[in-house]
Design a protein around this ligand. Structure first.
Ligand code: CA
Length: 738
């Protein structure tokens, strides 16, 4: 056999372990890689040369031994970068992969790292460690793929970094779809699961163990000492869909959603720490099925509700189909500490279908503490099958049971592990003093930096622009992320689309009465590209020079799918004369784009033929939507033919948090009456989960129309004045008609 690869013999010490001889082989090309893999024998190490490996579908096939695995690694860990259309498959036994970085690309198949080849052959007794997958996303947001698929048995996935998955699909899944992938005893430990943004749809889980189909078989997967940092994808962070898994010692930091025992029995959740820090929709543990044990977990400052609460015990479906909800039976919830968390939900989801209450289940030695009294334990159905004993509470308004709860007034002191404990000795109640809290730095590869909290806006340079023709265009084109562009008073004529590809602030400099006025000659002024976000302050935007065609806008998203959620802040902005033709919108979005946050404050809009916020492009009723949070305060809207906001979230899937809509202290005069406004609403909300409309004045306007379609939406309308305006119309659980 001839190879161009260098073969470097190991030291004599290593040689003694190798039979008859083992080698380090440095490979620099894809051919050399394949050659080295094909000839590798137990104990060999294939070393990929530092640098970029582009468009590389790596097949690592071989059979090592427990003493002498075959190893694939980097010349220098972190310096081998796999880019483009690339992936990695492992097949065989006793294989080890370490030190590789996947970024600036995506997998051409449905998986980045798979413990299985296309042929269906599996890997077992193999290990992937110190691997990085960083924003390795298919550019189409709803093209589903997976970053890691574990098959086989006795594999280990540890000290890896996985962050920034933004397209649909579970980040990591353990598959039980063949006999030799069940009872797998995989170990998933010390991984760093870094930020995953809100997906706005089902399919944003971080970790799924099994599927409903094989959920009554045992997986025996151990998930321990992993750090889940700001994993916001959807309501399930972890979805356990198999039996006899152990979740131990993990930290869930500011992560929306819960660890859910969705299907399968005999699972153990212990010694985990959930730190919500008051972030919306942060949750804890959701219990479904038989013989589950939830003990010694610390749950702090979690704000999630309903299925996303701090602790949720579900109702089941009698004789449940395998993909619905099995009754909670013979389960134990003990010695957990729940501090400052808004919602504990018992018999959650009880309805005519989910009518089987929890039975033979104990709830004991738990500590539940709120600094101020609140009604944080909700009972949704029959809980006579739960035995409560020796639980101690402080700051709970109503107990779920007459027995098993003792109210005390407790103050908290910080233990040596950083967690809070009651000052008074309470033997055996709540989590143990010895619970150790995993440190983020002890997860993932030590050589790869973990993300911090970088401000998106106003962190870059400030430049000043004066009025004129296209004076703004070049400055925007040459801007860097976080820059601020200040406009002197004057008139700005813009003849090109202003592409916003990163966070950018455009701020008017006031000069007494005069403000900068922007007029534009194209069908839109700002186009948000993937990665773009925009903040506008203290300016006037006038649409009178826009082309005489319909469907103009001031701001639009990319026409294509956007992976990154964007933010849009409008403060002290005047918008006028969007009326050269019909359907001239302020914001117009495309399908498969997602605003994480839109805020309009202290702004005035007048004479507009379209919608202010047209967030209604996901009409296929798959539970996908266009904006998570929309907030409008202290603003006025006059002569708006379309709606102030039209938000559409169709479908009956229950996996998402939003949308959220808030309108306060604003005036609407002649809003929503245009003949082309199909909703005939001043505010049109379908499937919005949280609505707050308060202290507004509606005059000569179309009504507010709210349609509830899914979940337990909360709609609050208060202190609004309606003059010559029909009262709000709220329809309960109506399927959208298309
Ligand atoms: Ca899900």
């Amino acid at each position: 056999m001839i190879t161009s690869a260098k073969r470097v013999f190991l030291s004599a010490v290593a040689l003694t372990l190798c039979n008859p001889v083992c080698a380090d082989t440095l490979v620099s090309t894809q051919d050399e890689f394949r050659q080295a893999i094909s000839t590798a024998t137990p104990g060999d190490t294939i070393i990929m040369a530092d640098g970029e490996w582009n468009d590389f579908e790596m097949l690592f096939s071989g059979v090592g031994s427990s003493d002498e695995p075959i190893t694939l690694t980097a010349q220098n860990k972190g310096s081998v970068i796999i880019t483009g259309q690339s992936n990695l498959r492992l097949v065989g036994e006793y294989l080890v992969v370490s030190g590789l970085v996947f970024k600036d690309g995506y997998s051409p198949t449905n998986t980045v790292v798979s413990f299985r080849a296309a042929s269906g052959r599996l890997a077992s007794h193999s290990r992937v460690t110190e691997l990085v997958i960083d924003h390795f996303n298919n550019p189409e947001r709803f093209e589903t793929d997976f970053w890691v698929m574990m098959y086989g048995q006795h594999n280990r996935f540890d000290h890896n970094f996985l962050a920034g998955k933004s397209n649909a699909g579970v980040t990591m899944a353990v598959r039980l779809d063949s006999e030799n992938s069940r009872e797998n005893y995989h170990q998933i430990d010390h991984n760093y699961f870094g930020p995953r943004p809100i997906l706005g749809s089902n399919g944003g889980e971080t970790l799924r163990i099994g599927t409903s189909q094989y959920s009554l078989t045992d997986s025996f997967t151990l998930i321990e000492y992993n750090y889940f940092d700001r994993r916001d994808g959807e309501v399930e962070i972890i979805s356990s869909k198999s039996g006899s898994n152990t979740f131990r010692g993990n930290v869930f930091f500011e992560s929306r959603g819960t660890l859910t025992l969705r299907h399968g029995n005999d699972n153990l959740i212990e010694d985990n720490v959930f730190l919500g820090n008051g972030v919306d929709h942060t949750g804890g543990i959701r219990v479904i099925n038989k013989r589950q044990t939830v003990r010694n977990n610390y749950l702090s400052n979690l704000k999630g509700h309903r299925f996303g609460g701090a602790l949720v015990v579900m109702n089941g479906v009698p004789n449940s189909p395998i993909n619905r909800y099995h009754q909670v039976e013979d389960s134990v919830i003990a010695n957990n500490t729940i501090i400052e968390s808004d919602h504990i939900e018992l018999a959650a989801g009880a309805d005519s279908e989910r009518s089987a209450p929890p039975i033979r289940t104990t709830f004991q030695n738990n500590l539940i503490i709120n600094a101020e009294v609140k009604d944080s334990i909700a009972v949704h159905g029959d809980i006579s099958g739960i035995t409560f004993s020796d639980n101690i509470t402080s700051g709970i308004l109503v107990f779920p049971s007459n027995q098993g709860f003792e109210a005390r007034t407790l103050s908290l002191v910080e233990g040596s592990n950083g967690l809070l404990y009651p000052g008074a000795a309470l033997a055996d109640i709540g989590v143990s003093k010895s619970l150790s809290v995993l440190d983020r730095k002890d997860t993932g590869p030590s050589w790869y930096p973990k993300p911090g909290y970088e401000e998106a806006f106003d962190r870059g340079d400030v430049s000043t622009v004066v009025g004129g023709n296209d004076t703004l265009s070049d400055v925007v084109a040459n801007s860097l992320p976080g820059d601020v562009i200040e406009l002197e008073p004057g008139e700005y004529i813009v003849s090109k689309f202003l592409a916003i590809a990163h966070p950018l602030t455009i701020r008017g400099v006031t000069d007494g009465e005069t403000r900068p006025i922007i007029k534009f000659e194209r069908s839109t002024l700002f186009e948000l590209k993937d990665g773009g976000s925009l903040k506008l302050e203290g300016i006037t935007i006038d649409g009178s020079m826009a082309p005489d065609t319909y469907n103009n806008s001031v701001i639009r998203t990319s026409r294509y799918s956007m992976l990154n959620n964007y933010e849009l802040y409008i403060d002290d902005v005047q918008v006028r004369n969007l009326n050269v033709n019909h359907s001239f919108h302020f914001l117009k979005v495309a399908m498969h784009t997602m605003a994480e946050n839109i805020e309009i404050r202290n702004s005035d809009f007048q004479d507009i033929t379209g919608h202010i916020l047209a967030l209604n492009r996901e009409t296929d009723d798959l539970g996908i939507y266009n904006a998570e949070y929309v907030t409008i305060q202290n603003s006025s809207f006059i002569n708006i033919e379309g709606s102030l906001a039209t938000i559409y979230r169709g479908g009956t899937d229950e996996s998402t948090f939003g949308p959220h809509f808030r309108l306060e202290n604003s005036t609407l005069d002649n809003v929503g009456n245009g003949s082309r406004n199909s909703s005939q609403a001043s505010v049109s909300l379908l499937g919005v989960q949280s609505t707050f409309i308060s202290d507004n004045q509606f005059t000569n306007s179309a009504p507010i129309r709210v349609i509830h379609t899914v979940g337990e939406p909360v709609t609050t309308l208060s202190e609004n004045v309606f003059s010559n305006t029909m009262a709000p119309i709220i329809r309960e659980f109506q399927r959208p008609v298309l």
